[in-house]
Design a protein around this ligand. Structure first.
Ligand code: C5P
Length: 238
C-alpha cells in the first residue's frame, strides 16, 4: 500500500526530483526505507554510503530500487585497479545508477572502475550507469586550490561521467568540463545549521551554479519532521 507521502500532491516535479539525492546515513535498513519512502515526493535518488552499506550490504541497494529510487552507491572506492574493477562490476550488476571512486587513486584505477561498473551493468542488461569521481574530501583542509581542476581533468580522461565537488567549485567545473555530471553535497537553507559542512549552498544556489545532482542528508533526515523540512528546504525551487 502506498505511504501517505507517496499519495500526497506535494513534492517536486519529476525533472527536479531526479536531481535530488537523499543521503541515507543511517545504520539500519528498516529506518532507511522508512525515511526514503517518507521523502519520496522530493527525492528521486537514494544515496547509500559506507554506514548503510556496511550495515545492510547489497540488500540496501535492492530495497531502494524496489521503492522506486535510482541508487547512488557512495562507496568511495580506492584500491588497486584490479580490485576496484571487480568491486565496481558487482555494483553495476546490483543496479546502482551512480558509484563513487576517489580520483586520488589515479587514472588507471578510475578507468578500471569505470570499465568494471559499465560491464557489470551491461551484463545484467541494465542501462549504462555513471561513475562519479570524488575530487577532494571536504575534511581535507590541506588540499591546495589547484587540486579540484587537476582531479577533474584526471576523472574526465579516465572516462568518469561525473564528479563530486563543493558548491564553490561548481563554476570552474562547469567551465572546464560542461558535459560532466556535477554532484554537490553540503546543501542547506540559508542560515541553517551547517554541521560539518564548510561551504554550504542552498538548493537554488546550487542549481543556478550548474549542479546536476544535489546530495542532501542531515538538513532533512535529522529534522523532527523530515517531510516538513524537505518542503521548507525546497520552497524557492518547487
Ligand atoms: O551534510 P549532509 O548530511 O547533507 O551530508 C550529505 C553527504 O555529504 C554525506 O553523505 C557525505 O557523503 C557528504 N559530506 C561531505 N562533507 C562533509 C559531510 C558530508 O561531502 N563535511
Amino acid at each position: 500500500m502506498p505511504t501517505k507521502a507517496e499519495t500526497s500532491t506535494e513534492g517536486l516535479a519529476p525533472e527536479l526530483k531526479a536531481k535530488m539525492a537523499l543521503a541515507l546515513d543511517v545504520d539500519d535498513l528498516v529506518e532507511a526505507v522508512r525515511l526514503a519512502r517518507q521523502l519520496s515526493p522530493w527525492f528521486g535518488v537514494a544515496k547509500i554510503g559506507l554506514e548503510l552499506y556496511t550495515a545492510a550490504g547489497p540488500d540496501a541497494v535492492g530495497a531502494m530500487i524496489d521503492s522506486g529510487f535510482d541508487v547512488f552507491l557512495d562507496l568511495k572506492l580506492h584500491d588497486i585497479p584490479t580490485t576496484v574493477r571487480k568491486a565496481a562490476n558487482v555494483c553495476g550488476a546490483l543496479g546502482a545508477s551512480y558509484l563513487t571512486m576517489h580520483a586520488h587513486g589515479g587514472t588507471d584505477m578510475l578507468r578500471a572502475g569505470v570499465e568494471g561498473f559499465h560491464e557489470g551493468a551491461r551484463n545484467a542488461g541494465l542501462t549504462e550507469p555513471t561513475a562519479v569521481a570524488i575530487t577532494v574530501l571536504t575534511s581535507d583542509d590541506d588540499a591546495p586550490d589547484h587540486i579540484v581542476p587537476n582531479r577533474l581533468r584526471l576523472a574526465v580522461e579516465a572516462g568518469c561521467g561525473g564528479i563530486v565537488c563543493s558548491g564553490i567549485n561548481l563554476k570552474d567545473a562547469r567551465e572546464m568540463s560542461p558535459r560532466t555530471l556535477r554532484v554537490v553535497p553540503g546543501i542547506r537553507a540559508d542560515g541553517a545549521e551547517r554541521h560539518d559542512q564548510p561551504n554550504p549552498v542552498s538548493p537554488s544556489q546550487a542549481l543556478e551554479a550548474g549542479a546536476d545532482l544535489l546530495v542532501i542528508g542531515r538538513a532533512v533526515t535529522l529534522a523532527d519532521d523530515p517531510a516538513v523540512a524537505a518542503k521548507e528546504l525546497f520552497t524557492d525551487i518547487g
